[in-house]
Structures are given as C-alpha cells and as structure tokens.
Design a protein around this ligand. Structure first.
Ligand code: TRP
Length: 333
C-alpha cells in the first residue's frame, strides 16, 4: 500500500499566492505521485481564533473552492471538513487523557503568545488564550492518528505538533501494550519555495503583505503597485534574485518565461514595466483557476456535496480507529 499522507488547512485567511506555492501545489503533487492523500479543512482549529460566524463560513468555502479550483481531484484525494468527522473529537478526549500537561506548556504556538503577553507588560501571562489554543496540539494529534497516517507534510512551525502527536501515540500504545495507533512522521517542506510578499518579507496573512489568489483586474493591479521597490533607474542592470517582483513571478510562471524575465532584469528594466509583466503573468496563469473558483463560489452547495462525500469515506477509517482505541483503553469490549 502507498504511504498515507494527511494535511489540514486552517481556514483563517483568504488564500494567497504564497499558499499556492508553499502548500497547495506540493500537496497536490504528492497525490499525483500516487500517495494515498487525505486533505481536510481544519475548521474547528480555526475556531480558536476566527469567532465571527460569517467569516468562518465564508473562509471555509474559499479554502475548499481554492483547492478544488487548483485541481484537487476529490475522487483521488479524500477531501473533507474536520467538523464532519465526530470521531476525531471523541478521539481527542481520549488522547488528552494520555497527554502530559507539561507537553502543552512547551508547545511553541502557546509559548509565543505567553511571551508576547509578558513582553507587552500584560499582568496575566495567559491573557487572550482560550483553552482551545492551549489544547490545539491534541486536536491536531487526533486529526492525524484517527487515520493511520504515515506522513504529514508541514512547514517548520508545525513540526513540533506532529512530534507531539507521535509522543501521544507512543504513550497510549505503551500503556495499552499494543500498536493501537500508527506513529506519524513529519515531512518538512522545502523552504526555498517561500514566496516574498509585497514588502519583501515572507508572504503571510499575518504581515498583511499578500497577493490574494483571486484578486483580478484593477484590484490586482493596485495590489501589485504596492510591491516595494528601490530608486534604481530603469536602464540599470538588476539582479533578479534580489527582486520581490521577480520572485513572485517565478512562483507562478513556467521555467521558460522565468528565464526570459530574468534576462530583462539583467538588461535593465523599469520597476513599472516589471510590475506590468507580473500583472499580466498572474492574470494569464491564474485565469482558468479563477473561473473554476468563481463557479464553485457561485454555488457552494456543490462544495458541500463534495466535502460530504469525502467525509463519508473518511469517517469509516476514523470509526475503525476509534473502535480499536475504545477497546484498547477498556471503554468497550
Ligand atoms: N495546525 C495546522 C496549521 O496551522 C493545521 C492543521 C490542523 C494540521 N490539523 C492538522 C496540519 C493535521 C497537519 C495535520 O497549519
């Protein structure tokens, strides 16, 4: 059997060009290579921070439509909403009982908020931290362990979470004296794929420097005009590698187009012309995806139907795991 891979997509922001390269394309490639892939919308993880009901609903559809428009084949990839699999949440409770509180205290994401509170002179180090944020790694462990996953493709910031899932599984297996849960492994994604945002830092919704995947026309032009450049005159030869414009272009363009664009930099190109070229390339490369996206968003019931189909299939696996766990821990016979 091919290795089974799983990843969760948290619907906390509108998809942008950085997601395309950093997460979506590599994940779709794994599925094309024949791995048994499960990709899901981690909507209950998003609830730890997105508590505006309208936004949560909208973002969930946007993320689902993006992956489908980008070519995710729901016949090949199990694609579902986390919240449609109640077994995950029952498993999360069981796992919580096998998780040392100290492990949660040490989780980077939680520690970062505590550090920010302390640094910002907050009297309460836990200010603004709900228990969902604190136990986030346990729910993520359940996402993974419910499906006998081999590999979890993640960025650097999520490696610790996968290790926690492994630790929890190991402890439960040890205490129950059998291999109840499969031990997952993090598959660290290549960082060279990181796309810079408008200000040159990593493109990220937390820096507010993103190019939304589905911005078009005038709106897209305006966004591209915000890309920060220096005052080098047009005719001066430029190193493409140091240009944000070039790096974003390369993220979406073919190798041939990218080479030709690099040559224009070396020959000397004005920033205005470079921005126009980027605008045209984005329009050309994302046009078809955008039409598929728009069609899906115009009729979200199609998205619901596809996700429900995925959930029906995924639940069978989660049910089998949960039954095994319940037996092993002495809850059922
Ligand atoms: N925590 C991940 C993120 O913020 C999302 C996620 C939730 C996830 N459950 C998962 C990723 C399980 C991999 C496996 O990006």
């Amino acid at each position: 059997m091919p290795p089974r891979v799983l990843t969760g997509i948290k619907p906390t922001g509108s998809p942008h060009v950085g997601n395309l390269l950093g997460a979506i394309r590599p994940a779709l490639r794994l599925a094309e290579q024949g791995l048994d892939a499960m990709y899901f919308i981690a909507d209950y993880h998003a609830l730890t921070t997105v508590q505006d009901p309208k936004a949560l609903r909208e973002l969930t559809y946007e993320v689902a439509a993006t992956w489908l428009a980008m070519g995710l084949d729901p016949d090949r990839v199990q694609f579902y909403r986390q919240s449609d699999i109640p077994e995950i949440f029952e498993l999360a409770w069981v796992l919580a009982c096998f998780t040392s509180k100290g492990w949660m205290n040490k989780a980077h994401a939680y520690k970062a908020i505590v550090a920010a509170n302390e640094g910002g002179g907050e009297a309460d180090a836990d200010a603004g931290i709900n228990v969902g944020i604190y136990t986030y790694p346990i729910l993520m462990a359940a996402d993974i362990l419910a499906f006998d996953i081999d590999l979890v493709p993640v960025g650097k910031d999520q490696v610790q979470h996968v290790e926690i899932a492994r630790d929890i599984a190991q402890r439960l297996n040890h205490i129950c004296g059998s291999e109840v849960l499969r031990l997952p492994q993090a598959k660290l994604e290549d960082n060279s794929a990181i796309v810079p945002g408008l200000d040159g830092r990593k493109m990220s919704k937390s820096y507010d420097n993103t190019i939304p995947l589905f911005a078009a026309g005038k709106q897209l032009k305006k966004i591209i005009n915000r890309i920060v450049t220096d005052s080098t005159p047009p005719e001066v030869p430029k190193d493409p590698e140091t240009s944000t414009i070039f790096q974003i272009y390369r993220a979406v363009a073919s190798p041939d187009d990218t080479r030709a664009f690099a040559d224009r930099f070396r020959a000397g190109i004005g920033w205005g012309d470079a921005k126009n070229a980027l605008f045209e390339r984005l329009e050309a490369e994302l046009g078809d995806t955008r039409s598929r996206y728009d069609a899906l968003m115009a009729d979200p019931s199609k998205i619901d139907a596809l996700l429900a189909q995925g959930a029906t299939r995924a639940r069978k696996t989660a049910r089998a795991t949960l039954d095994r766990v319940r037996k092993a821990i002495g809850i059922s016979r």
